[in-house]
Design a protein around this ligand. Sequence first.
Ligand code: SF4
Length: 444
Amino acid sequence: MRKTSVYIETIGCQMNVADTERAASRLRIAGYELVGDSESADVVLFNTCSVRARAEQKVFNRIGEVRKSSRHGKQIVGVTGCVAQLEGGAIFDHAPGVSLVVGTRATDRLPKIIERIRRGERRILDLGERDEDEVWDISPAERHSPHVAFVPIIEGCNKFCTYCIVPYSRGRERSRGASEITSEVQRLLRSGFKEVHLIGQNVNSYRPKTETGLEGFDGATPFSRLLRAVAATGIPRIKFTTSFPRDFHHDIVAAIDEHENLCDWVHLPVQSGSDHILHLMRRGHKASNYMHRVEAIKNARRKISMTTDIVVGFPGETEKDFEATIELVKQCQYDSIFIFKYSERKGTPAAALSGKISDSEKTARFQALNEVQRGIQNEIYASYLGKTVSVLVEAISTRSTEDMTGHTTCNKVVNFGEGADLMGQIVHVKVTAAKQHSLYGALV
Ligand code: SF4
């Protein structure tokens, strides 16, 4: 009998990618076939992100496109993830062709939900909690890469920054047991994976219910103990993202110093350099507390590269506040920054704040900050010229089919000629050219 085919399109962050991988694992175990295009699929699922209003709009545009396809009416169309969780049943009104809406914590129930629709139920809405005994594992076949794996360690967020929708879409923080995480990393190592990314909205807020799996691993926080436990598996590279500044303990740097396989890269979103704006954002840290963390990172034995996220044009941001951000960026000397123009999210406290900044002013601040960072970044990237870096070979470069591409331990993209037979291996590359966002070199 022909298997029911499912196409899942992911719109969003690493957590969404990991959720898609998990959903695909469950569906395949339940007997579904996973396919790579929406046209041929019996079931089309959009796994969605709602952090930015634009991503949310994209989902509805894509649903509209699928409805225009020749198979319209014969396909089951569903929305999963953050947009599903936030919009709930309103999606059925907005997009009448949708027959299932499944929230962020109900992924494991997807096979049964699809089955019910196939048996004739018209519409199903499931925004419920995860089942207590739910397994977080993902089958290697469903991973987005055969070399680098995302391993969720915590989901949800308790921080309620005033501009952010995540605590509403992903719910409260829930940490995964340490032994489950280390077992997954060991399995990944045996399957040939070279790098794991421990992921979560705030990885360093990690607080599992029990000590199981952390016994014998010292550390000042459960997260730094987990880092040491994962390092002990022997997987060659461990990266982690995202870290929340207030919970960033110096012991994380100590763990990186102790273990070569804990990579020399920290992503620590500051969002603003102004205490006034940080207070309005309810970030729980001041610029000075943040700088103490940065100092600890800069004092590490190995040089650790740093990246951050910054929002410009938050309501009430004065010229002076913005200058404080520029000043902080100059002091931190980030390897790269992700700048976002503040975009209002309905239902968040920041949406009700006065002192809105015009779009043109947001753009001007974006460009000014980008310009400052460009200078810093050019110098940092140029400092790699002539140096040899370790690169995990991940793919053929999208720019030139002659080149291979991969990342350093400090998460910089490196392209180099030759080496198609080295896919999945860690190689040494001597840097011969530096661009703003990548390095270029030759195999050593
Ligand atoms: S820490 Fe703040 S910005 Fe990050 S997910 Fe939580 S609420 Fe959103």
